[in-house]
Design a binder for this molecule. Structure first.
Ligand code: NAP
Length: 230
């Protein structure tokens, strides 16, 4: 049975990923700030019992890695999905955003995922896949004049940190490392006008992650498996 950890699992794409891997037969560790407050996780817990294990954790907590490792016990992981993300300040303007808003955005979208990735690395099973939810807006080539410049910069920072980590690990990296673009998806963040349902995006993302298992790929890729320029 696959052991899958999904961080940022309370709603939206993260909850969809939890649902998809549970339906696929995996055991899922779902990390959320307040799992008990997530109607979706509660419903899945009723349906799947012990195959769904929830871990309460604010991923921006500097101790998030050790807290999650303790909650995992001896479990080792086949797939890690670092999905949590925030949009940041509504105005997306460096002139008006506060230091606290900018700090929270970059910690949430770039620093916290890398910290957790590094903490979980010793727990990866052979042929594991570690994937972070990025965005096409992170691509300097594809999104040169982003409508959401602070959000785009935070996702570009995520991609940059992933690449730096891959370079540091070099040949010692024995797992696939992916930056995923889920498409534009109907969630609280994506809005009701987005073209993709959560299910459509997640079906693609799961296929992309499963296709990377056993490889040593380091790719920026969308939900259809299309490679994106960093
Ligand atoms: N929707 C799109 O069109 C789209 C496009 C490109 C990329 N993305 C990326 O896809 C990912 C998921 O987006 P979404 O559309 O599903 O967003 P969403 O509906 O706003 O959900 C965001 C998720 O992240 C969690 N989260 C945020 N900060 C957290 C923290 N500090 N600790 C724990 N959990 C935290 C939220 O938990 P709470 O419920 O506790 O707030 C929630 O589960 C994000 O990284 C987003 O940037 C989305």
């Amino acid at each position: 049975m696959l052991d899958v950890l999904i961080a940022g699992a309370s709603r939206g794409i993260g909850l969809g990923l939890v649902r998809a891997w549970l339906h696929g037969g995996a055991r899922v560790f779902a990390v959320a700030r307040d799992p008990a407050a997530s109607a979706g996780l509660n419903e899945l817990a009723g349906q799947f019992g012990a195959r769904l294990q929830t871990i309460a954790c604010d991923l921006n907590d500097p101790q998030a890695g050790s807290l999650i490792l303790a909650a995992l016990g001896d479990a080792r992981l086949d797939r890690v999905l670092l999905n949590a993300g925030v949009y940041g300040p509504a105005a997306q303007d460096v002139a008006t955003a506060s230091e606290a808003e900018i700090g929270q955005l970059f910690v949430s979208n770039a620093v916290a995922p890398l910290r957790l990735a590094r903490a979980l690395r010793p727990r990866l099973k052979p042929d594991a896949v570690l994937a972070a939810t990025s965005s096409v807006m992170a691509s300097l080539q594809l999104s040169p004049g982003a409508d959401m410049p602070l959000y785009a910069a935070s996702k570009a920072a995520l991609n940059s940190l992933l690449l730096s980590w891959a370079a540091q690990l070099g040949d010692a990296r024995d797992f696939a490392l992916l930056a995923l673009h889920p498409g534009w998806v109907q969630t609280d963040m994506g809005g009701a006008g987005a073209p993709l349902t959560v299910e459509e995006s997640v079906t693609g993302l799961v296929a992309v992650v499963e296709a990377a298992a056993g490889t040593r790929d380091c790719r920026f890729v969308d939900h259809q498996g299309e490679a994106l320029p960093w």
